[in-house]
Each structure stands twice: as structure tokens, then as C-alpha cells.
Ligand binder design. Structure first.
Ligand SMILES: CC(C)(COP(=O)(O)OP(=O)(O)OC[C@H]1O[C@@H](n2cnc3c(N)ncnc32)[C@H](O)[C@@H]1OP(=O)(O)O)[C@@H](O)C(=O)NCCC(=O)NCCS
Length: 165
């Protein structure tokens, strides 16, 4: 974890971010399609928005992880945000996901004042579920046949973390 830098994602990281999420083991656990182009990420990430924070983890200049937080645009849901994240396979299980999520929640809690953070996670994605539980996310429900993954419509858990203080 030495020499790991966490930064806001900018134009120069788009190619690395694309490669990270195009890796089959990462792509299958999120909602991204295989073989995405950098242009898709460039459009999807509003890099100049205050309400969308995308962090990248850089090791020797290479993007090895990322986490994204989006505040909901509707006025009555503006206390809520959604997150998504991915860590490169060779870096998984070494604490990087913990570090990225801690940084993102610090922004959500103390700078955006968000009360509720939501996410969905495949029911069999044990590392991700354990990571989210560690940060206080709780399961609110199971959404059946939510997304196509490897030819099968897979269930996800809907999880949320409420900040009560
Ligand atoms: C989920 C993911 C982001 C976690 O990142 P990571 O860097 O591997 O996470 P960490 O090393 O910080 O571990 C976080 C926690 O996950 C749990 N964990 C890690 N590896 C695990 C494993 N193989 N099995 C079960 N739990 C595991 C542990 O509880 C760990 O916390 P602890 O070390 O304090 O006990 C990463 O595995 C990943 O990118 N997976 C593919 C994409 C994905 O699933 N994205 C999330 C979609 S919702």
C-alpha cells in the first residue's frame, strides 16, 4: 500500500479506468459491459461536477482502483448518493477497497452532508458485501434477476448506510 496515491479522476486517468473495468473479473461484478471504449467513461463521468466524485488509486502512475459517488439530482433526494467501485485483480484483498471507500465516505459525510448512501451488489460477491458491512451498510432487500451476468439474470442485494449523527 506504500506508494499508493488516491486522486480525483481526471482526463489523464480515463484510459486506465477503462482498462480497470474492462477486466472480466471486475466487469462481471459491476454493471459495465465488456469492451467499453474510453469515450463511454469520458461521457459517463462528469469530471467537472461537484456532485459526482470519482477517485482513482494510482500505483506508479497506473490506475489500480476506483470509487465513484453520485449525489442524486432530484431536490428531495439530494441527501442521498449512490456508490460503485472496483479494484484491479492483483490488488484485491490488500486493503485498497477499504482505503478508497473510507476516502469517499469522508467526502460524502463531511463535505456533501449526505445522509443516505445506496448501492447494489450481487448476492454472491462476498468480498464486496463484507467491505460494505464493515462500513455500516445494511441489507435492505434482495432484487431478483436484476442484471444479466455471464448469461444468467443474477440477483443483487440492495444495501444502504444511513448517517444518523
Ligand atoms: C469488492 C472490492 C472493491 C473490494 O476491494 P479490496 O481491495 O479487495 O478490499 P479490501 O482488501 O479492502 O478488503 C475489504 C474487506 O473485504 C473482505 N474481503 C476481502 N477479500 C475477501 C474475500 N476473498 N472473501 C471474503 N471477504 C473478503 C474483508 O472483510 C475485508 O476487510 P478486512 O480485511 O478488514 O477484514 C474488490 O474486490 C473488487 O473490485 N471486486 C471486483 C469489482 C466489485 O466487486 N466491485 C464492487 C461491486 S458492488
Amino acid at each position: 500500500m506504500e506508494n499508493m496515491r488516491i486522486e480525483r479522476c481526471t482526463e489523464q486517468h480515463i484510459n486506465g479506468l477503462t482498462a480497470l473495468y474492462n477486466h472480466p473479473a471486475v466487469a462481471r461484478q459491476v454493471l459495465q459491459m465488456p469492451y467499453q471504449a474510453p469515450e463511454m467513461w469520458r461521457k459517463r463521468l462528469t469530471l467537472d461536477s461537484e456532485r459526482q466524485v470519482t477517485l482513482v488509486a494510482l500505483h506508479e502512475g497506473e490506475v489500480v482502483g476506483s470509487a465513484n459517488l453520485e449525489q442524486y439530482p432530484r431536490a428531495r433526494r439530494s441527501h442521498c448518493g449512490a456508490i460503485g467501485m472496483g479494484v484491479a485483480v492483483t490488488w484485491q484483498g490488500r486493503g485498497l477497497g477499504t482505503r478508497l471507500l473510507a476516502e469517499l465516505l469522508e467526502v460524502a459525510d463531511n463535505w456533501m452532508g449526505l445522509r443516505r448512501i445506496e448501492l447494489t451488489v450481487y448476492t454472491d460477491n462476498q468480498p464486496a458485501i463484507a467491505l460494505y458491512r464493515k462500513f455500516g451498510f445494511e441489507v435492505e432487500g434482495q432484487l431478483r434477476e436484476f442484471a444479466l451476468r455471464d448469461g444468467v439474470h443474477a440477483d443483487v442485494l440492495s444495501m444502504a448506510r444511513l448517517r444518523r449523527s
